[in-house]
Every structure is written in structure tokens, then in C-alpha cells.
Ligand binder design. Sequence first.
Ligand code: SF4
Ligand code: SF4
Length: 121
Amino acid sequence: MKRISAWGYAMTSVDELGPRRKAEQVRIRKALDELHKDRKESLKGEEEKAVAFVKEGLCIGCDHCSIVCDDDAIELYAKPLASPVMDVDVNKKAKIIRDPCTGCRLCVLACPTDAIVMLDR
Ligand code: SF4
Ligand code: SF4
């Protein structure tokens, strides 16, 4: 028998929850895989011929890129904020060190603001 919530809606039972959660996991995994596939195909160049580049204006200094980079090819540097009305102690930007960058594109996939692009070497 269905349980009814305080607002009069039929509630999901524990037995129904497992299959629903499983179906949602599959749907979300599929959507993320598709998104990554599309983005990979839109990236430029072959690995050994490409190098990453950070568009400074889009970088929010979140550090995701340097965490995923296995080649120590990204460093963060301090960048003073352009606006004197905002009081932020530390404002950082990422930059790519060209020589160790292998062009693997992991940083491009990790960046939440699409600040990293691949360029021909
Ligand atoms: S492309 Fe790969 S090696 Fe180059 S900076 Fe990004 S994660 Fe590091
Ligand atoms: S992941 Fe993107 S936004 Fe975050 S620090 Fe790297 S380049 Fe900047």
C-alpha cells in the first residue's frame, strides 16, 4: 500500500527506491560520457602536437587542472583583482608550462569554466 505524504502525494517506497536510483545512475553516467565524447572530438590537434593554454579571463583559480595534470605542467600564480571594491585575499590564475605539457587534455576536461584550450605546438 502506498504511503501518503503530509501534502497528499504518494511517497516512493523503499522497494521502489533501489531500481529508481539505479536507473538514474545509468542515465547520468550516459549523459556525462556523451558530454565528454563530444568535447574530446571538438578538441584540437593530436596529443604530441598540442599544448594546453589558459585563457586568463576565464580562469577562476579553482586548481582542478593542476590536480589532474600528471606532468607538473600547470602552476598557479597570484593575480591582483581588477576591482578595488572586492575584498579577496587570494586571487589565483593557472598557467601552463609548455615543455612538460604532453598535450593529454585532462586539464581541459577538468576545467569548470572552459578556460583551457589546446593549441598547435
Ligand atoms: S594537457 Fe595534460 S600535460 Fe598538458 S597541462 Fe593539461 S593535463 Fe597537464
Ligand atoms: S581548472 Fe580552469 S578555472 Fe580552475 S584553475 Fe585551472 S584553468 Fe583556472
